[in-house]
Design a protein around this ligand. Structure first.
Ligand code: 5GP
Length: 191
């Protein structure tokens, strides 16, 4: 199919304001490893993947296809960051699970753990619902700003430095979620 008109020189995927940290190949290799590990560890369990919207949507889609087991999925949406880059510590449930998790083996699937405030509160809430087990998978771990030091990430994609990253589901002011790689925005004022 023809585009019909000449393409712009710079697209979102070749945006010069982005510095790539992990490319699509590196990401898919790592997800395959995580999927194989979870497949081995959950073979006799009733696995439910709980994605935390919106940031985990891409990781969730790739991770579930790397797990060779019968499983179900569900989603929650919570507010933590508003439009800026500061974690408030207050977590509001915007969308709750569709199905009960009683007696299930849950893996909460997150995009990134930063201060850990959002996840700690979410795990507290889910912890009161009678699941047989609850573990945490986070695509990115940014340990430096961690406030909730006791938070254990059972499955980590990559550990990153204390930089604000976008892509692979993560946004800056609602943009960049569709990037197939993880990048740092070089000049945030140009977003
Ligand atoms: P925490 O409560 O751990 O500080 O923050 C967790 C949430 O903050 C993540 O789910 C994500 O939405 C957002 N967040 C934290 N660090 C980053 C980052 O480097 N980039 C983006 N786009 N979001 C982040």
């Amino acid at each position: 199919m023809s585009a019909g008109s000449s393409a712009a020189a710079t697209t979102e995927f070749t945006n010069p304001n982005l510095e790539v940290l992990f490319n699509a190949g590196q990401i898919s290799e790592r997800i395959a490893e995580l999927g194989a590990q979870i497949t081995e560890e959950y073979s006799d369990k009733e696995l439910v993947l709980v994605g935390v919207l919106k940031g985990s949507c891409v990781f969730m889609a790739d991770l579930m296809r790397a797990i060779d087991l019968p499983l179900t999925i569900d989603f929650m949406a919570v507010s933590s960051y508003k439009d800026g880059t500061q974690s408030s510590g207050d977590v509001e449930i915007l969308k709750d699970l569709s199905n009960p998790i009683r007696d299930k083996d849950v893996i909460v699937v997150e995009d990134i753990v930063d201060t850990g405030l959002t996840l700690s509160r979410l795990l507290e809430i889910l912890g009161s619902r009678g699941a047989r087990s609850i573990r945490l998978a986070s695509f990115l771990d940014k340990p430096e700003p961690r406030i909730k030091k006791e938070l254990k990430i059972d499955y980590t994609g990559f550990v990153i430095p204390n930089r604000f990253v976008v892509g692979y589901g993560l946004d800056a002011a609602s943009r960049y979620r569709n990037l197939p790689f993880i990048a740092v925005v070089k000049d945030p004022s140009a977003v």
